[in-house]
Design a protein around this ligand. Structure first.
Ligand code: ATP
Length: 342
């Protein structure tokens, strides 16, 4: 059952259509990630769900009850923003305990909860410090702990890991996912980082210009992107797109391989590749180059795992191929994916 639903949700700031007609049904217990470039309306959508922003149009339901006009305190939602606010005069312990003290829960219960959350997020050693003696990433984790101890029905997280370095971010992501699964808290997580989205989301909502471009599992949106916007936004490096008369062909760098390493003879799409640069990344090699299309030349990238050891050198030309099952076709005007090969 959908625990949060939005119907035709819009928010206009004068002429800026921050959110422009969004219909979402978020399932109970799921981790839904909202992914999109800066300014696409992610935060505005979250603020409307939390009750911090009044919609210009449309409705919001929580547990089947319309809450569009209800204040935040009546929604049983916890939200952590990118720019979180901690109480500067309180210790980390008291910052995390604050919402529980407000509920007048027992000291013993509060202590257990605070220590449990702090342990999950690896800040157990910092409980006696004041926020000014913490790094940005540590402060962010305190804010996350404070939201967690409330064990709300719904958790809204707006780039909650943005201040963490790459390694800590991966650990925090893992901890957050475990915590969310254990407690089954419906979580909406906003990010512009597609790797974070792919790693965390049960489903991902890809947004652009205030609209939803696609909703689906990470696999669905990656392998069967609805349009060229979604296809290029996901993947690192992004999908290769080559012009044909009246359509575009797309294939991912990891499916673009030297002819000689593919055993299959039929169903191959051949692309001559003039290599301009090879980057060695340890687990993979990125091969940059150009291939011909009907309007000239296009830059393309191949991503070869280290198990493929064939020599590929810059300045040389090679036959590269893509198996037909990895080819995607898009309309060259609208960018929408064509379900059959033109
Ligand atoms: P980011 O990833 O950079 O945080 P976002 O996807 O969360 O971006 P929003 O913050 O929702 O995007 O903003 C969507 C659009 O609405 C932007 O063009 C922004 O400038 C505009 N906007 C947001 N809040 C306001 C406001 N209070 N007044 C006017 N315009 C606003």
């Amino acid at each position: 059952m959908a625990i949060i639903e939005t119907k035709g949700l819009k928010k206009y700031f004068d002429s800026v259509k921050a959110v422009d007609g969004i219909d979402l049904a978020i399932n109970e217990g799921e981790m839904l990630v909202i992914l999109g470039p800066s300014g696409c309306g992610k935060t505005t959508l979250m603020r409307m769900i939390a009750g911090l922003e009044k919609p210009t149009e449309g409705e919001i339901y929580i547990d089947g009850v319309e809450v569009t006009q209800l204040p935040p305190r009546n929604r049983d939602i916890s939200m952590v923003f990118q720019s979180y606010a901690l109480y500067p005069h309180m210790t980390v312990y008291n910052n995390i305990a604050f919402p529980l003290k407000a509920k007048k829960l027992s000291k013993k219960y509060i202590k257990e909860k605070v220590e449990w959350a702090a342990k999950i997020l690896g800040i157990g050693e910092l409980l006696e410090r004041k926020p000014r003696h913490l790094s940005g990433g540590e402060r962010q984790r305190v804010a996350l702990c404070r939201a967690m101890v409330k064990e709300p029905k719904i958790l809204l997280l707006d780039e909650p890991l943005s201040n963490l370095d790459a390694k800590l971010r991966a650990t925090a992501r893992d901890e957050l996912q475990q915590f969310q699964r254990q407690l089954g808290i419906t979580t909406v997580f906003v990010t512009h980082d597609q790797i974070e989205a792919m790693g965390l989301g049960d489903r991902i909502v890809v947004m652009n210009h205030g609209k939803v471009r696609q909703i689906g599992s990470p696999e669905e949106i990656y392998h069967n992107s609805n349009d060229t916007f979604v296809a290029t936004f996901l993947g690192s490096p992004g999908i290769n797109l080559i012009e044909r008369n009246n359509y575009l062909v797309g294939f991912r760098p990891e499916n673009f391989l030297p002819r000689e390493v593919v055993k299959q003879k039929k169903g191959l799409n051949k692309f001559p590749l003039r290599v301009s640069r090879v980057e060695h990344l340890g687990a993979d090699r990125l091969v940059y180059g150009e291939t011909d299309d009907e309007k000239g030349v296009t830059k393309v990238i191949a991503k070869l795992p280290s198990s493929i050891t064939v020599l590929v050198e810059s300045g040389k030309k090679y036959d590269f191929v893509v198996q037909e099952q990895h080819m995607r076709y898009f309309d060259d005007q609208s960018g929408i994916r064509l379900k059959v090969k033109p």
